[in-house]
Ligand binder design. Structure first.
Ligand code: AMX
Length: 435
């Protein structure tokens, strides 16, 4: 057993004891009311989920196991001379709550390498799809194709104690995560590079191997590490995390659950926003006929977008009420590596222009940029210009957060999800509306 899995096993009894005690002694304690508006506004703010893997503060942004993004990037181990930490170390942090040693990271890396070979039938499945299939659909199908490998299903069918569920979930999660970067890069090269596939090099770490398989030179390896870490987890209530958790709550395995979560990530209000941002910025540049639009031209374009009833992609957030620290981390990377990139310059100008306009319009609760306002421009700079693909990379990163969540769901005995719904008649009656 690896040190990472042993660590989880050793932490479990104390966590279980806390949950049992909480439920036994305080199970009836009320946490908060639910308003009628929350039935129709996507349950904004209803406190009814629990995770210990990340917490999203509206003003401070995400904390992974208690660490802010700058702390995470600073504390996690990295390769000698590398700018960004190992993805493997972040996985260890999310799963165990502890910053790993170099030795522990090395062991995770070796373990993922052993699990990394993708069976040929996955490639056959992808090759059978029409080339114009969206890469997120391809990614989701590739994950589903692997479902027959599930260790959880096998053990469940053999019969196992519910206290042991987490163990085969862990095995499935690691087996799946170990292959995601290879499947993502395959989809990229198959779809956009005439099927000129670059084989994985498992002597490399996860981020470097992804950059290698994409065929993009350094510092794309640094960017990949940063990108996967930043996109990993964002509490439990966002669509991809919640869907993964919901599906897994039926004891569906990691393959079914992650594929479902990624189908949610593919929505334009969630993970697809990063491709929308780039499309929108390029539309702006094309319409203005210049790579360097003026402030006035940009203001007009922002207002025109709003007046046509569309949202400004990359701005606003359901929970955050300030600039997303994931945006800030990508901005720091860009200031160092691509300060003169024309699209980065537009992104920077929009940072000054959009928030006051959204405030003046007075609808969005958060006028500040989110993670997606920045990710596309950096990918474009390094030649990954096929923006349909960006959400696939988001998905690889997001898996690193949601898979640990569903391992811990099983470990702490979270039940099948089943909230109660009411009819409009019932809500009107509660509201005292006379018909
Ligand atoms: N541009 C224009 N209007 C916006 C807006 C934006 N960027 N963000 C919010 N609004 C509008 C909403 O459409 C809503 O209008 P309505 O009352 O007419 O329906 C109103 O402001 C209130 O919305 P909100 O409570 O501030 O946001 P929300 O929680 O309903 O939605 C989000 C959050 C992210 C979907 C929304 O801000 C949005 O559509 N942003 C643009 C798309 C985007 O960037 N998505 C990526 C989010 C991060 C991620 O998941 N990857």
């Amino acid at each position: 057993m690896t040190q990472m899995k042993e660590k989880i096993a050793s932490l479990l009894p104390a966590w279980r004891e806390r949950v049992v005690r909480l439920l036994k002694e305080h199970g009836d304690t009320e946490v908060g009311p639910v308003k009628i508006s929350q039935f129709y506004n996507g349950m904004r703010g209803v406190k009814c989920l629990t995770t210990d893997i990340s917490y999203l503060d509206p003003f401070e942004g995400i904390r992974f196991r208690g660490f802010t993004i700058p702390e995470t990037l600073e504390k996690l181990p990295r390769a000698p001379g590398a700018e960004m930490p190992y993805v493997e170390g972040h996985l260890y942090l999310l799963l165990t709550g502890e910053i790993p040693t170099d030795d522990q990271v090395e062991e995770v890396n070796k373990d993922l390498q052993k699990r990394g070979k993708v069976p040929g039938y996955v490639w056959d499945t992808l090759r059978a799809l029409p080339k114009d299939t969206h890469p997120m659909t391809m990614f989701s199908i590739a994950i589903m194709a692997l479902q027959k490998e599930s260790v959880f299903v096998k053990k469940y069918n053999e019969g196992m104690s519910k206290f042991d569920y987490w163990d085969p979930m862990y095995e499935d999660a690691m087996n799946l995560f170990a292959k995601l970067h290879t499947m993502a890069a395959f989809i990229y090269r198959y779809k956009y590079k005439d099927g000129d596939i670059i084989e994985p090099d498992f002597s490399m770490d996860y981020g470097k191997n992804f950059a290698h398989m994409m065929g993009v030179a350094t510092p794309y390896d640094e960017l990949s590490r940063l990108y996967f870490i930043l996109h990993s987890d964002h509490e439990s209530g966002n669509v991809s995390a919640h869907t993964t958790h919901l599906v897994a709550s039926a004891l569906s395995d990691c393959y079914y659950s992650l594929s479902a979560g990624l189908n949610g990530l593919a929505g334009p209000l969630h993970g697809l926003a990063n491709q929308e941002v780039l499309r929108w910025i390029q539309d702006l540049m094309n319409k203005m006929g210049t790579e360097t639009p003026t402030v006035e031209q940009m203001k007009k374009f922002v207002w025109d977008t709003l007046k046509s009833g569309q949202v400004i992609p990359g701005y606003g957030h359901a929970v955050l009420r300030k600039t997303d620290p994931r945006y800030a981390a990508q901005r720091d990377f860009s200031l160092k590596h691509l300060p003169d990139d024309p699209i980065f310059k537009v992104v920077s100008m929009l940072y000054d222009i959009v928030p006051p306009i959204l405030e003046e319009q007075g609808k969005a609760k958060n006028p500040w940029p989110n993670v997606d306002a920045h990710s596309g421009v950096i990918q474009w700079h390094y030649g990954v210009t096929e923006y349909d693909f960006y959400t696939v990379m988001f998905g690889v990163g997001r898996a690193m957060g949601v898979l640990p969540n569903i391992i811990w769901d099983r470990a702490l005995g979270q039940a099948i999800e089943r909230p109660k719904s009411l009819t409009l008649d019932m809500l009107e009656e509660i509201a005292g509306i006379k018909k």
